[in-house]
Design a protein around this ligand. Structure first.
Ligand code: GRF
Length: 197
């Protein structure tokens, strides 16, 4: 049975593009929605061009009322009836109640080797710490931020003179390999972690 995948984005959606492009042929999943908290997110156009249903709910219209924003975000998401939800460059923190609705079937990609560097500015923190390696992690989303079971990691070297920008540029292509590989395995019901060098 083909698994229905919804992807949440906030910006350019390069990870979303990689995920959508991977779901072809005998892949067990297909994209059913790309949803953003920003109507101007560049990824929405890319998704439309790839023939994927899109929707946007502008979080700024709800001010500080996170519950109202999440209730609005939930509408198009539930209408798409996803089996799996992928957060891909989605920059809003979701409440435990929202996450609980998708417990065990919501994934996220985070640009660090978790549990190192939860939160923001991950590459700058790795460089400041003098780390020799950095990378990205795909994990199941749980109520705690950037904390769920790890489903995959990809490592890259931190090179002398690296800036957060040069390190991000080295990590991003690995994200585009790791996330699709994890999604395919996850969609087949296999949670064995994937490690890429
Ligand atoms: C990526 O570094 C990703 O790890 C983080 O957001 C950044 C942009 O992602 N979650 P995308 O290009 O919008 O997919």
């Amino acid at each position: 049975m083909t698994r229905r995948v919804a992807i949440l984005i906030s910006g350019g959606g390069s990870n979303m593009v990689a995920l959508v492009r991977s779901m072809t042929g005998d892949h067990p999943a297909r994209p059913v929605l790309v949803l953003s908290n920003d109507p101007a997110a560049g990824g929405l156009e890319k998704a439309r061009d790839m023939g994927v249903e899109v929707a946007a709910v502008d979080h700024r219209a709800f001010g500080r009322d996170r519950a109202a924003f999440e209730a609005a975000l939930l509408q198009p998401l539930l209408e798409a009836a996803p089996d799996i939800v992928c957060l891909a460059g989605f920059m809003r923190i979701l409440s435990p109640d929202f996450v609980a609705r998708f417990e065990g079937r919501m994934l996220n990609i985070h640009p660090s080797l978790l549990p190192l560097y939860k939160g923001l500015d991950t590459h700058a923190r790795a460089i400041a710490a003098g780390d020799k390696q950095a990378g990205c992690t795909v994990h199941e989303v749980t109520a705690a931020l950037d904390d769920g079971p790890i489903l995959g990691q990809a490592r890259v070297p931190v090179l002398p003179g690296d800036t957060p920008e040069t390190l991000a540029a080295r990590v991003l292509p690995m994200e585009h390999r790791l996330y699709p590989a994890v999604l395919e395995r996850f969609a087949r019901g296999d949670r064995t972690p994937i490690y890429l060098e």
